[in-house]
Design a protein around this ligand. Structure first.
Ligand code: SAM
Length: 362
């Protein structure tokens, strides 16, 4: 079936309408005429793949990855990089308007498009190891993944095919074993991590995020670093404060975070190994800065209520999902002004979008 694409959805899929039904088309760009194959038919919408492009957009390019479309990870690889950046900027602006009625102009920090990932997770089906095929449990066996660091790619062919494997690198060494550690250098700080702890996957962009957060925090007395992982943002901010509470649920991350404070000569952080929603209400000091970096699901209502009752002067909200960010900002915006928001392209070639919002108490 031949259709003309009208616009893009938040996943970067082309949108068109056929017989009164919306069709989401993978791999198609606005104004393109494409031949599509319907892959899923639901009551209110269809999903489709692009079979061939009849009229090409100027923003289309050849996908450099042989597994594009198969593994599904880099679903924006058919867009020029500038167009990807515009797509993400517009997406964040649109979502903030739609779910929080916030009008903002968002800047976006670009990244290297390829070789940027310091981590890969490979899955095994018992006899093959690789990436997981889109919408299935099938394994896509790969020689290399173009968005990961070459040190990681060099390992892929010699892996044990019978078990899932995570590989991480700091650009000099790799780890793939639960008993090993790696030290990541971001700006002038050091972070020991392991396979079980969270760490941002794009070290170049993380360094830009650190600069932005550091430039946007003022000196404070007591601060909170919520969802603190291996202690990154708490340690970064600790040089401008008297005391920081870091709260994180993963015990591997918290052990590394304590170690990381010591290797960076930081001794004003209290580490709490609990869920944020359980621990935050027990902090009885006057808090003037909160840095929060929740998982994709955003913050829960209990946490937001406690934050509001603490009345901090400033909140820095780092987010990897603009929809849950908008939901949370819609609550916070009555008492907080969005003083700045910036996107960081942590995940080029994918539809994911990282952002940092600076909120000031009205
Ligand atoms: C996006 S990461 C941020 C980590 C850290 N700020 C960084 O930049 O490396 C989110 C972290 O929240 C933790 N987490 C998820 N749910 C949590 C909860 N309810 N309470 C505390 N930590 C949680 C995860 O283990 C993960 O380390």
């Amino acid at each position: 079936m031949i259709v003309t694409i009208k616009s893009l959805d938040d996943f970067g899929r082309g949108i068109t309408r056929e017989d009164g039904k919306t069709v989401f088309v993978n791999g198609a760009l606005p104004n393109e005429e494409v031949d599509i194959k319907i892959t899923k038919s639901k009551k209110n919408f269809d999903e489709a793949e692009t079979r061939s492009v009849i009229r090409k957009s100027n923003y289309r390019r050849e996908e450099v990855c042989p597994y594009y479309g198969e593994c599904g990870g880099c679903s924006l690889m058919h867009m020029t990089y500038d167009y990807q950046l515009d797509f993400k900027k517009n997406k964040v602006e649109r979502i903030l308007k739609k779910f929080a009625n916030i009008d903002v102009n968002v800047d976006i920090e670009p990244s290297n498009e390829l070789g940027y990932r310091n981590k890969i997770t490979l899955h095994s089906d018992g006899s093959n190891i690789g990436l997981v095929k889109k919408n299935s449990n099938d394994i896509v066996v790969i020689d290399k993944c173009l968005i990961v660091d070459d040190l990681i790619n060099n390992e892929i062919k010699s892996l044990d095919k019978t078990k899932d494997t995570i590989i991480r690198t700091n650009g000099k060494e790799i780890i793939k074993d639960v008993n090993n550690y790696l030290v990541m250098n971001i700006n002038n700080l050091k972070f020991r991590i392991d396979i079980n702890s969270f760490f941002q996957v794009n070290s170049f962009i993380t360094s830009k995020v650190f600069d932005y957060i550091n430039d946007n925090i003022s000196y404070f007395n007591v601060g909170l670093d919520l969802y603190s992982g291996t202690g990154t943002l708490g340690i970064l901010s600790s040089f401008k404060g008297n005391k920081v509470y870091s709260i994180e649920v993963n015990e591997y991350s918290v052990n590394n975070a304590k170690y990381n404070a010591s290797i960076n000569n930081v001794n004003n952080i209290v580490f709490i190994n609990k869920k944020v929603e359980d621990a935050i209400k027990d902090i009885n000091e006057k808090v003037d800065l909160i840095i929060t970096d929740p998982p994709r699901s955003g913050m829960d209502k209990v946490t937001i209520d406690v934050i509001e009752s603490m009345k901090p002067k400033e909140i820095i909200y780092m987010s990897c999902d603009p929809t849950t960010l908008a939901r949370d900002l819609n609550i916070l915006k009555d008492n907080y002004k969005i003083s700045k928001i910036k996107c960081f392209d942590m995940f080029p070639n994918t539809y994911h979008c990282e952002s940092v919002t600076v909120l000031e108490r009205r």
